[in-house]
Each structure stands twice: as structure tokens, then as C-alpha cells.
Design a protein around this ligand. Sequence first.
Ligand SMILES: *Cc1c(COP(=O)(O)O)cnc(C)c1O
Length: 489
Amino acid sequence: MNYVSTRGGTKKYSASEAVIRGLADDGGLFVPEYIPSLDIPVSMLAGMSYKETAYEVMKLFFTDYSEEELKRCIDNAYDSKFDTGVIAPVVKRGDSFYLELFHGRTIAFKDMALSILPHLLTCALHKNNIKDKVLIMTATSGDTGKAALEAFADIEGTKIIVFYPKGGVSRIQERQMVTQKGSNTKVVGVTGNFDDCQSAVKRMFSDPALGEELAARGYRFSSANSINIGRLIPQIVYYVYSYAQMVDRGYIQENDKLNFTVPTGNFGNILAAFYARQMGIPIGKLICASNVNKVLYDFFQTGTYDKNRDFILTSSPSMDILISSNLERLIYHSLGDDAAANAALMNDLAQKGSYTVAGTSGKYLDVFEGIYATEEQVSDTIRSVYESCGYVIDTHTAVAAYADGIYRQKDDTASVIVSTASPYKFMSSVLGAIDAGLVSDDDFAMAEELSKLSKVPVPAAVTKLKDAAILHDTVCTVEGMKEQVRGFI
Ligand SMILES: *Cc1c(COP(=O)(O)O)cnc(C)c1O
């Protein structure tokens, strides 16, 4: 299996090279030359553990890793870092199914892929005889940052610098990051929004002078962002796994269609669901749930992607995004893997801030249904789910739960709501929706209240923050980010 850029060039890369590079030299994203079919039936998958399923999926994409190497990566990733041996449980609450992806170290779904990325990466360096150290540089809207920091902290041969929008992440998210341990870690707040941070990081990745400076010090850049195939491919696993769980528990029959409703920001999670579908899992519709930054909703309605609009801070900050980077991969596939046509659209995006996929050329786009939720609908959903079945969901999951409810009015196919964060990560918004009297400035008091309401113990990820020292307090402007990178290496 080789990987090519969504923007052309004829050069092919092995999986391990694509993991190391993150982004293609022409600014495009790496895509597999074809999407492989699963080579075992769902009836067999239904009896497998998460690790076994992970191997069955990943061996088809990471073909230059040996069986032993890939299994070692998987073993190191999906272990007791997760608070359940199931790793990604599907739970039924009321008449809805939720795929809980928040049982990892930082209680949000990015742990699913970031737990394995450092292992895939260090193994890739070794395989390619690269002696350089790796500088992971990432922009985060809250969850990626902490998950990447936890994943790379004290990993030999790596350093990690994380930029987050100051004021654009929740209090718990910020506290999680600024208390990060590990001598190879650095966390910087930026006076700008997430898109500003992400654009600046992208510019630095393709800044030749900065690249040379790094090389002179024995470093090379890599990205932990969801554009790396080392993030994308591990995310396919839980779609395959949850489909098999639904069959195993008798909620659906083998070959029945199943829909997934995914709270979407950068389009990585839902794209993994699309790949699972293309691999042969009988997925019907993918409901792309947005908050009021509804650039994807508008795209699926009209065929025009237009980021020229106000950026709105919401209670689901990990979805406050105007440029959904991974959508580029879907566009490329929808154009029949035509890199030149995709590059033209991405050029429009860079020049005008918008592009249009003309009518019939958009193959696959009808697999997706865009639905968005207003802030009021998010908070009403949190309250009504709690009142109807005692289950407490976070704001991101609530965006999806709302969209799922709307979509099910016209399609009775079984569906799974993808639950991307623990409610303990967004306590003021969650408690505010259920009982405003419980909101306070004291996160740990709120955690106790939430525990009483939900009957779920406060996760260790929250309790251990209580006495953790603040180890990072740097704040800079967007223009100052490059200097921070220089200083760090
Ligand atoms: C990152 C994130 C999302 C959005 O996922 P994408 O892959 O960027 O679309 C949704 N919910 C939470 C809690 C997240 O951390």
C-alpha cells in the first residue's frame, strides 16, 4: 500500500514515510492509493477484542510494518491507559446508542488515535534509518493538545510544542495542558483563534528557512494533527469494532445498515467512518453534526465550501473550526481521486476562502447529511437526555445527539451517536444545561455535583489536576509563534 498527495505529484510514499512526513511537500494530504477491503467477515470480527480488530484494520494500511511491529504498537497503545478493557464501548441509553470514545487518559476521543501515534512514528523512524529527533508541533482547539502531550511526554527522540488559542478552550482543557509534565514538552497560549493557530503552524511546516534551522540542530518536524495518516487510520478501527459489537449484542443483524452521527470539526473522525464504509462495513448515512460554525452543513446543502464568515466561540470548542482540513481527502475521493481538480479547488480556498464542487462531480457526497445545532438546542439536548434516562453527555456529544434525533425523524435505520468527550471536560456548560444552580468557579466542586447527577465516579484525569503544579505559562501572538519554536529547540 502506497500513499500519494491529494494535490498531485506522482511520488509515492510508504505508510511509514507518510507517518513521518505528516503532510505532503505540495501542501496536500496523504491518501492511500486505494481503500482496501476488510478480508474477514463481520461474524468473525464480532468475537474479537479491540486490539485484534485494530490489527485486522491497520495491517491493510500500514503494510510496510511487520506483523510483530504493528502488534507491538497496538499493544503499547490500547492498554491500561484506558479505564475499560473494552476500550470503545457502545452503550444503549433510552432508545439511543452511544459509542463512548472518552475512556482514555485525557477523557476525549483524540486519545483513540494519539495513544498509538508515537509508537507508529518512532517505529517508522527506526525502519527508515532516520537518526534525527522529531519535533511534534501542533495547534489545538483543546483536546488534541492534551492528548498529544500525554502521548509524547518523555518519548525518547521526540519533543512536542503545542499552541492553543488563549481563551478559546475550556478551563479544564487549559489546566490539563499547562500542568503537563515531561521535559520534552512545551505549551504556549496564542492571542488568536484556533484557525489562526492552525494556519501559522501550517506555514511553519512549509517554511524552508525554519526547516533548515531545525535540521542543523538534528530535528525534523512532524505533526500530530489529524491530517497525519497515523491519526486517521487508527480511527477507522472503532467504527469496525462498534459495528461488530452491535451485531454481537443482537441490536442489528450482520449486513444490516447502520448510521453514525459524528460531532465534527476538522472532519477527521467522520472521514474515518467513511473509510470504514469503503472497506465494506455496511454503513448507511454519515450524519455530519456541526455547531453554529456550520460551514460543513452549508457545504453539504449547497456544494459550496465558504469559510468567509464570523468565527463563533461555542460551548463545543473542539468543533469551532472554519477550515476542516480532512474534508480535502473526501473532496479528492469524490472527484475520482483527481489530484489536479482537487488542487484547483484548494487553490480557490486559499485565494478566495471558498470553492464549489460542481453538481454531479461530487461522488460520495450523498453519503453525508449535514445537520447543525444552535447553542440552545445543545443545552436543551443535554437536559432532555438527562431527564429521560439519567445519562449525562458533554456538549460535543449533544450536538450529535440533537442531529441524530432530527435525522431519525426521516430514516429509521439504526444509528450510533459518536460520543467524543466525557462531560467532566465541559462541566460548566453541562451543569448549566441541567441545573444552572450547580455552576460555580470551583471545578472540583462541580465535578462532585456531576458525579452525583450522573452516578459516574469523577475520572482520575480530573481529580489529579487538583494538586498539579502549573508548569507552562507562556503566551504569545500569532506572529510570535515562530520565535517560540526556535527557542524550544
Ligand atoms: C476533535 C473533537 C471533535 C471533532 O473531531 P474532528 O475529527 O476534528 O472532526 C469533536 N469532539 C471532540 C470532543 C473533539 O475533541
